[in-house]
Design a protein around this ligand. Structure first.
Ligand code: GLN
Length: 289
């Protein structure tokens, strides 16, 4: 079923289904509904992390929340308590809100501009916030506020935990279609250069670390099962989107709102796994010489 802990997500059309593949030389293949937008949700975590790694170095992530799988759901309080806000990663909510708190900018507006400009460059077009989703989540995100406060208590968020939660909620509410997500994935697959616009979005040095975090935790506590099936670094969101990266080859994305128990789109997982495997996308499947 659609996610319903954010009330506005329950109302999204469950039948929406679109798939796009974009190669690292910029060829676009699509099927289904590739223009309808859903909220990006947790997929945003990858691109905020990319911004922070680019501006402050990859070690700020390892030194703060870490890059380990939690084995817990994405908004687990237990996962924070276990290691006092460490030994987790930027793909689960506490690590993601801490990552958002590290984005540079003197005030909330400047921080937001840094985030949305980054997403725009990855997607190759101007993206906008779905205000109904933002309002709905902002009214019901007490759990994320609690996660942020705990991270603050453990010194993993240095200042303004509730402001960071609000900016995080806004980043999760950005509207994307399947082509936007595939372009974002293809930019990662192409070493940080958007293969559709030709713009270098982040330096290629940070791509291995970004993809490693996605491989470890992109589908939360089901990340191991996903990697076993596809070998692909990927990221899901409770809006129903998933993107996956075949390094050097292509980015692929699908949108379909109904989720499984871990919070990952069921159809998007199946479509991406089938197509990516058929295209020889698995980097752990070398041809013998
Ligand atoms: N905005 C959502 C939340 O914080 C994102 C979660 C997700 O996509 N898994 O709960």
């Amino acid at each position: 079923a659609n996610a319903d802990y954010i009330p506005a997500l329950a109302k999204v059309d469950s039948n929406l289904f679109g798939i796009v593949v974009i190669t690292t030389d910029g060829k676009i293949y699509s099927a289904g509904d590739v223009t309808s937008e859903v909220s990006i949700q947790s997929i945003s975590k990858v691109f905020t992390m990319a911004r922070v790694m680019e501006d402050s170095g990859t070690e700020v992530i390892t030194e703060n929340m870490g890059v380990d799988a939690t084995g817990q759901v994405f908004n687990s309080i237990v996962a924070i308590e276990q290691y006092q806000g460490q030994e987790m990663n930027p793909m689960v909510n506490p690590g993601a809100i801490a990552t958002t708190s590290m984005v540079k900018g003197g005030n909330e507006k400047a921080i937001w501009k840094n985030i949305i400009d980054t997403y725009d460059d990855f997607a190759g077009r101007k993206l906008t916030v779905m205000e109904d989703i933002y309002t709905s989540e902002a009214a019901t995100n007490q759990r994320n506020q609690a996660l942020a406060m705990l991270m603050y208590a453990y010194g993993r968020i240095e200042k303004a935990p509730l402001e960071a939660t609000d900016i995080y909620t806004r980043q999760c509410s950005v509207g994307v279609n399947a082509k936007d997500l595939a372009t974002m994935a293809a930019t990662l697959a192409n070493g940080g250069k958007n293969p559709v616009t030709g713009k270098t979005v982040v330096s290629h040095e940070i791509i291995p670390e970004i993809l490693a975090v996605m491989a470890t935790a992109g589908l939360y506590d089901d990340s191991g099962q996903w990697l076993y099936k596809t070998g692909l670094p990927a990221k899901s969101g409770v809006g129903g989107g998933i993107l996956a990266v075949s390094p050097g080859k292509f980015g692929i994305a699908a949108i379909s709102p109904p989720l499984d128990a871990a919070g990952n789109s069921i159809r998007a997982q199946r479509a991406i796994a089938d197509i990516a495997n058929a295209l020889g996308g698995n980097p752990y499947d070398p041809a013998p010489k």
